[in-house]
Design a protein around this ligand. Structure first.
Ligand code: ADP
Ligand code: MG
Length: 621
């Protein structure tokens, strides 16, 4: 409990004690009224103050105003006990609410407990703890077992197994040794690592993720906007409704020549006001989204705003990129065919030309080449997105890429009949053979496509820049409905736009990619999902939803989490508005008194808040 909450609790206890004492005091009339003003002031002074400030700031109609009018009105009618009690219960409700919000915020930050507090740097043989912000790029930091990796970097010495669960939601440890990249936010579980930092702290994965989660609540969903618009209209409406209830029936009675019963109708109007307080809605809807986003991030799914969570729940079309999304993106060289030069030489030229590319194909060629690459031999690198790479290596012009690139360069090539991805190599404009590489489908891709269907997705499409035969081979293995091959990044955007036109209103289209050369598509789709984004800034930036590891089943999980969260949001809206309407009606008819009203209000709020917190629990989904 915070200090403020403790103070409130003390005030509540004091007011309860005072009210109990007053029951035994036989004071009547003016003295009784004056005595009751003590607990009333103890419990309600801040509400009265806030209501007064609201009036001065011309923002009259809020909860404080409703409570102030209702309780002051009750006291004016001589119902001191009731006025005080209503204020008391209102404050109990507020306390509970602030406690619940604090709790869920804290549990989210605990889930997101990846912010490193310090970094160890070596100075004169001893380790010194410094603020991660002060560590310069290229410094050597030391991470010991049990510590968090504070900054992204490359291991220069030592090996360890890293726990990535805070980032990915999975408890699978990741082994690293000298030369391996490490990402901040992982926890070192075994050995001492000496790491050369490759980024500043502010640019590291941890900082990016924390920024993203902290800013997610600024992107409001339609439901949230609906609630704030609703409250803006609703509160003044009930105030005028209450005024009408207080004035019109007595006037009508007078006109009919009967007793007006002013007291009775004013009391009903005040009850009406107490009932109408929209706190449950106003608090529980944003809290549900907040909890949903928090729960998702604990499962390794980062959602950049409640609007995306809402959209994800309505996903009907899912479009996948192939390489790195449905397949592992770690190609293996199967063979080098039709080559004039010796195999080694072709591979070496290809690997050198590709030395600046971050495409999975390039990484695999470099791995197949296997030797240290001397980047000074390479110049004039040009990467043709969706085609390949051209570069000058040792003074000769090398082109590495697919059929499209060869056609573009006017090089005649020999097609390959075997399944797999073909990388042609041309040297100074002459064909030098092709490298056949093959990628494997991720073990969970097929299940993910199936599960998506079970979760209401009606259409799955795979887009790829790869050749048709390789694309169809993969499509058959994973079971997607449609496949489009040989697409340049721009063609992918056009395909997604065509699919966007085809779908029904209210349905959403998700594009899932790995963030390598598909940023334009990610931003064009209703929801762009980047997968396996650990360490890839471009993907984290371009996407609306980031899956921290590269398992396609995470997408299913993300949709389930979104659905659950939206269900909770709707439950809360219907429940809160429903109970309110019934109570308002009972109040207007004089069937509910102020006690019933305050219980209904606090009760609805407690239930709605507890319901909202359910959105945080996503582990079992
Ligand atoms: P996907 O749609 O499967 O993710 P991309 O759009 O990234 O594929 O690439 C499409 C095709 O372009 C690849 O299958 C490959 O033939 C070729 N390509 C792209 N980048 C490179 C590269 N760096 N080296 C060789 N070929 C490349
Ligand atoms: Mg790709």
């Amino acid at each position: 409990m915070s200090k403020k909450q403790k103070k409130m609790l003390a005030r509540i206890i004091a007011a309860v004690v005072l009210l109990l004492v007053l029951r035994w005091v036989p004071a009547q009339g003016a003295l009784g009224a004056a005595l009751y003003m003590i607990p009333y002031a103890v419990i309600g002074w801040d509400i009265l103050l806030k209501a007064g400030k609201g009036i001065l700031n011309r923002q009259v109609f809020d909860e404080n105003f409703l409570m102030a009018v209702a309780t002051v009105g009750a006291i004016a009618l001589g119902d001191y006990q009731e006025g005080t009690a209503v204020m008391l219960f209102y404050q109990i409700g507020e306390l509970f609410q602030s406690y619940a919000v604090g709790r869920s915020r804290r549990s989210i930050s605990a889930l997101m407990d990846i912010r490193p507090d310090y970094a160890n740097i070596e100075q004169d043989g001893a380790l010194t703890r410094v603020d991660p912000d002060e560590v310069e790029v290229g410094s050597i930091i030391v991470v010991q077992p049990g510590e968090k990796v504070p900054i992204d970097g490359v291991v220069v010495e030592g090996s360890a197994s890293l726990n990535t669960s805070a980032l990915t939601g999975e408890s699978l440890p990741r082994e690293v040794s000298a030369g391996g990249e490490v990402i901040s936010g992982c926890i070192d579980m075994s050995g001492v690592l000496r790491i050369r930092t490759s980024r500043a702290f502010g640019e590291s994965t941890v900082s990016k993720i924390l920024d993203l989660v902290e800013n997610s609540s600024s992107k409001k969903s339609r439901s949230e906007n609906f609630i704030s618009r609703f409250a803006r209209v609703y509160t003044p409406a009930v105030c005028f409704g209450a005024l009408a209830l207080a004035v019109l029936p007595p006037l009508a009675m007078l006109l009919m020549g009967r007793a007006p019963m002013w007291g009775e109708w004013v009391y009903r109007a005040l009850t009406f006001l107490v009932i109408s307080c929209p706190c449950a809605l106003v608090i529980s809807i944003p809290l549900s989204f907040f909890a949903g986003i928090g729960g998702a991030s604990s499962a390794g799914v980062l959602v950049k705003g409640s609007n995306y969570l809402e959209a994800l729940a309505q996903a009907k079309t899912v479009v996948f990129d192939k390489t790195g999304t449905l397949t592992c993106g770690s190609f293996e060289v199967v063979g080098v065919h039709h080559n004039e030069l010796e195999q080694e030489k072709v591979l070496e030229y290809a690997a050198l030309a590709e030395s600046y590319s971050s495409h999975p194909i390039s990484r695999s060629l470099r791995a197949a080449h296997g030797r240290e690459i001397d980047a000074s031999r390479v110049s004039d690198v040009r990467e043709v997105s969706g085609g390949g790479v051209t570069a000058t290596v040792d003074g000769v012009h090398i082109a590495v890429g697919n059929d499209k690139l060869m056609r573009e360069l006017g090089v005649s090539f020999i097609p390959c009949s075997q399944p797999g991805t073909i990388v042609h190599v041309a040297i100074d404009g002459a064909y030098a053979g092709h490298i056949l590489i093959s990628d494997v489908v991720k073990p969970t891709s097929r299940e993910a496509v199936e599960q998506l269907r079970k979760n209401g997705v009606t259409k799955t499409v795979m887009l790829t820049g790869d050749a048709r035969s390789a694309a169809e081979h993969v499509a058959a293995q994973v079971g997607v409905d449609e496949v489009r091959a040989e697409l340049l990044p721009d063609d992918k955007v056009a395909q997604v736009e065509a699919l966007l036109v085809q779908k029904k209103p209210g349905e959403k289209l998700v594009f899932v990619g790995d963030g390598i050369n598909d940023a334009p598509v990610l931003s064009r789709a209703d929801i762009g999902v980047a997968m396996g984004a650990l360490g890839s800034d471009a993907a984290i930036e371009a996407a609306d939803v980031v899956l921290m590891d590269d398992d396609p089943l995470k997408l299913v999980k993300a949709i389930r989490i979104a659905r659950k969260c939206m269900r909770i949001v709707y439950e809360n809206i219907v429940f809160a508005i429903g109970v309110k309407l019934v109570c308002l009606l009972l109040g207007a008819l004089g069937l509910a008194n102020m006690w019933a009203a305050i219980f209904a209000d606090v009760g609805v709020m407690v239930i709605a808040v507890l319901n909202a917190i359910r959105a945080l629990m996503v582990k079992k989904l």
